[in-house]
Write a protein that binds this ligand. Structure first.
Ligand SMILES: Nc1ncnc2c1ncn2[C@@H]1O[C@H](COP(=O)(O)OP(=O)(O)O)[C@@H](O)[C@H]1O
Ligand SMILES: [Mg+2]
Length: 371
């Protein structure tokens, strides 16, 4: 297996910059996901690594071999990059059996028949499809077809696996199951994987690290937990889950440790402490991210703890979601979304206090971005 290094790569289509100055290093055996809204440049980035698209600037290396360098006009074609690829449409060939589908990359590479048989059966075993070798491809379910596509991608032991929304054609339940399965195959084989999805929960569940992209540029790179909890800016915060994003004014700022500061902030009718990555001078406006699952409601007038942000409000409506109930509390600063136990002791019209601990309220600088 190999690493993949992207150094300041860009891709222009005429005047349009689809990918802008992307720097990324995928370590050996690592599972890295490009995540972002449709049109943000994920597929273009992956296609440049694959050699299906040429970067207009920057340099790409796979396994410490430079495969594309715009400045030097160097470009190694796709078929010489030893990559396994899996795309959204399963693209397994309907006129072939499962065995022949998986054998195809080896036949193209003119491997001997005995070796082909061994490698194909091994790949099919890895995806738990060895019993299906002689089936015609159309006689498989969507999930089985996708497993065959994965087997075909890994059969020639590629240096790196590239996957572009491989699960998005599957229904929700199968998507979850296939994602978990694929992750365990990937871990077992230690395959360096670069994965593309627009689905944040898929990205969080599968990845060692997530790369959040927006409009062709990287917004943040980090472990799923860190990106979820400590988003670098408002764009990233808004992309994960459905957080409350509240404008507030900083009243004071003290450093906690190398990574975090404590801010006292105030918004319309609410105030309290939160945390942030960088020092913010008093008087400045920040966006405070409060996740619904971190907010608690109690009867009005309940005393808030010292380290807590506090709002007063009234329950405007509730939505039953099974494991939880989404509650909308109308406050002086507008609606606040709170996740509460599904069968808790509250009712529409109740006056309540909402509290959030300092540790779970995260402030990011206002990013005044147009568009
Ligand atoms: N061959 C092309 N010619 C012109 N524009 C393109 C081409 N390929 C992609 N784009 C544009 O580049 C942007 C990024 O596309 P893409 O990488 O497919 O996004 P994503 O995979 O994140 O949805 C989009 O605005 C898309 O329309
Ligand atoms: Mg795409």
């Amino acid at each position: 297996m190999s690493n993949v290094i992207l150094e300041k790569i860009s891709r222009n289509f005429g005047q349009f910059v689809a990918v802008n100055n992307v720097d990324l290093r995928v370590n050996e055996g690592e599972f890295v996901t490009l995540l972002g809204p449709s049109g943000c440049g994920k597929t273009t980035t992956l296609r440049m690594v694959a050699g299906l698209e040429q970067n207009t600037a920057g340099r790409i290396s796979i396994g410490n071999e430079v495969v594309s360098d715009a400045a030097r006009g160097l470009f190694v074609p796709s078929e010489r990059r030893r990559l396994g690829m899996v795309f959204q449409s399963y693209a397994i060939w309907p006129h072939m059996t499962v065995f022949d589908n998986v054998a195809y990359p080896l036949r193209v590479r003119r491997r001997p028949a005995v070796e082909i048989k061994d490698l194909v059966l091994r790949a099919l075993r890895l995806v738990e499809m060895e019993g299906f070798a002689d089936r015609p491809a159309p006689a498989l379910s969507g999930g089985q077809q996708q497993r065959v596509a994965i087997a075909r991608a890994i059969v020639f032991e590629p240096k790196v696996l590239l996957l572009d929304e491989p699960l998005s054609n599957l229904d929700a339940k199968l998507r979850l199951q296939m994602g978990d399965e694929f992750r365990s195959i990937q871990k077992r084989l230690g395959m360096t994987s670069l994965y593309v999805t627009h689905d944040q929960s898929e990205a969080m569940a599968l990845s060692d690290r997530v790369v959040v992209m927006d409009r062709g540029a990287i917004q943040q790179i980090g472990a799923p937990e860190d990106i979820y909890r400590y988003p670098a800016n408002r764009t990233v915060a808004a992309f994960f889950g459905t957080p409350n994003l509240l404008e507030a004014t900083v009243e004071s700022c003290t450093r906690i440790d190398d990574l975090r500061v404590r801010l006292e902030v105030a918004g319309p009718g609410w105030r309290g402490p939160c945390e942030a990555a960088n020092e913010v001078p008093p008087g400045q406006t920040v966006t405070v991210m409060v996740r619904p699952e971190d907010a608690r409601i109690a009867a009005a007038g309940s005393k808030a703890g010292a380290g807590e942000l506090t709002w007063s409000g009234r329950i405007a409506h509730t939505i039953f979601r099974g494991p939880i109930r989404s509650i909308v509390v109308q406050t002086d600063d507008g609606p606040l979304n709170v996740d509460a136990p599904a069968f808790g002791d509250y009712a529409i019209g109740d006056n309540v206090t909402v509290t959030v601990s300092q540790r779970t309220a995260w402030a990011v600088a206002e990013t005044a971005r147009s568009g």
